[in-house]
Ligand binder design. Structure first.
Ligand SMILES: [Zn+2]
Length: 265
């Protein structure tokens, strides 16, 4: 960080589709700017430049790669940054082009386009007491709440099921009936599951972004319930059950995660 951008080349217009003024404007806005710090929230990360920010969403397959500027370009480079110091360059590479980047004026602290997204459990600004309160007010099923990016970010479908199993909570449990200790247990489980995924996938958050979407198979081996319908629960041996949930599935152990009398979808 503290490096000044020399050139910016947008190689695929889709990569800057959320930058309303277009590719040339995005290039001009970033050229000559000094990048100060990298921050992240959920599946987004941003590089601050003074009061402004370069915001990136890595989508399913996006990566921000720093390396030798002489290395051969991959066909999937979408935005290419070189720096005035002629040191390592930065390439936004994205095979499936679901990811995108945009320049956000005054976005250094928290870019406007992601202000509605709640902090994820690893951010310093994450507030467990606040989450407990908002969860209860939400009056929804606990899995639906975990997937709600305005409550907590970074938890995908797979990780929600795994965390609920570890916490011994059924996915349809109404949030307003959760006790303080249950919320704490759930939060600890979410941190554990995300933390393990991070470790298994590498030390960068980039790999977490990819894997949160279930695109990578590395985490499958350690899954306790997700995708394991009919197989024995790893705690008690009861066959894992699959329920349809929001056009997807929810996996539970019927013994370890008793269905609430009053379920909430
Ligand atoms: Zn069980």
């Amino acid at each position: 960080m503290g490096r000044t951008i020399g050139t910016v080349r947008v190689l695929h217009p889709r990569a800057v589709r959320r930058h309303p003024a277009g590719a040339a404007d995005c290039e001009a806005a970033l050229t000559g700017r000094t990048l100060d710090a990298a921050r992240r929230r959920g599946k987004y990360l941003w590089l601050s430049a003074g009061h402004d920010a370069l915001l990136a969403h890595l989508g399913m397959s996006g990566q921000l790669l720093v390396g030798d500027p002489q290395r051969p370009p991959s066909p999937h480079v979408r935005v290419w940054f070189t720096f005035e110091d002629d040191g390592p360059d930065l390439r936004f590479t994205d095979q499936r082009t679901f990811g995108h980047m945009c320049f956000v004026p005054d976005g250094a602290e928290l870019p406007g386009p992601i202000a509605h997204i709640a902090p994820d459990p690893f951010e310093p600004s994450f507030d467990p007491a606040g989450l407990t309160k908002r969860l209860r007010l939400k009056r929804t099923g606990v899995k639906r709440a975990l997937l709600d990016q305005s409550l907590i970010s970074g938890v995908g479908n797979i990780y929600a099921d795994e965390a609920l199993w570890r916490a011994g909570l059924h996915w349809a449990r109404p949030t307003e009936t959760l006790s303080g200790p249950e919320v704490s247990r759930l939060l600890a489980a979410v941190r554990e599951v995300l933390g393990e995924a991070l470790t298994a996938g590498g030390t960068s958050f980039d790999s977490l972004y990819v894997n949160v979407n279930g695109e990578s198979g590395y985490f499958d081996r350690s899954l306790a319930v997700y995708g394991r319908e009919g197989l024995p629960c790893r705690k008690c041996g009861t066959p894992v059950r699959r329920d349809p949930f929001m056009n997807r599935s929810a996996y539970t152990c019927p013994h370890c995660q008793p269905r609430p009398r009053r379920a909430h979808w």
